[in-house]
Design a protein around this ligand. Sequence first.
Ligand SMILES: Nc1ncnc2c1ncn2[C@@H]1O[C@H](COP(=O)(O)OP(=O)(O)OP(=O)(O)O)[C@@H](O)[C@H]1O
Ligand SMILES: [Mg+2]
Length: 227
Amino acid sequence: MKLLVSGTDTGIGKTVVTCALLRALHAQGVSVLGMKPVVAGINALGDWDDVEQIRAASTVAAALEDIAPYRLCVAASPHFAAAEEGVTIQKEVILSALDRLERLAEIVVIEGVGGFRVPLSGRLDSADLAQAIAAPLLLVVPLRLGCINHALLTAEAVAVRGLALVGWVANAGIDPDYPRVSETIETISVKIRAPCFGVLPKLAPGQSGADRIAVDRLLAGLRAHQR
Ligand SMILES: Nc1ncnc2c1ncn2[C@@H]1O[C@H](COP(=O)(O)OP(=O)(O)OP(=O)(O)O)[C@@H](O)[C@H]1O
Ligand SMILES: [Mg+2]
């Protein structure tokens, strides 16, 4: 099985949620692998933060080339970074890598790139890639001013492409002072017609948030989408 973790924006907790999910599934005895098809911005150690976090939370080892087929050095929107590095991002390369990962673990959790419609090249964006991957989608929404609008716009773009929105996770760690948390969760859940599988608080170093994800309900939702 596979699941695509998408977000309403960049920097809103997709990696945090992806890793929490990987660890929550692991705690249920499920073998898991994370994937980050496109990552931009190499760190001082010569690694990519998202990739290292996802690898650490996976229960199975796999080739770096498959976990993260497009590792761009420039920290910029992927189509800028790719163009500057002479790379053309091709969905076929990502789909082949995903296919290999799916043979290694029971569930592959794929972290999307930025928000839902990020250009990857002149001809491909992350919504096209989501369509090609054709996995049920989990949306990460940071609870902050403007998040309802962003969640609704993203859910609309997901639905237009015929993709299944299995549910969403609220990230309350981006703006811990945000008021009306429960009201916002209720509003988004009703309007996007998808269940909220968890609310992540502001996590302290060493905390994964795995215990905040209703993994049983998520697995049931995922299985329902396989049929
Ligand atoms: N609930 C939380 N508690 C504490 N820190 C958080 C929480 N959620 C996100 N962060 C921090 O906010 C930053 C952005 O989160 P994260 O890297 O998961 O975002 P992202 O959506 O994956 O970003 P990108 O689009 O670059 O992949 C990170 O430093 C992360 O540790
Ligand atoms: Mg990330």
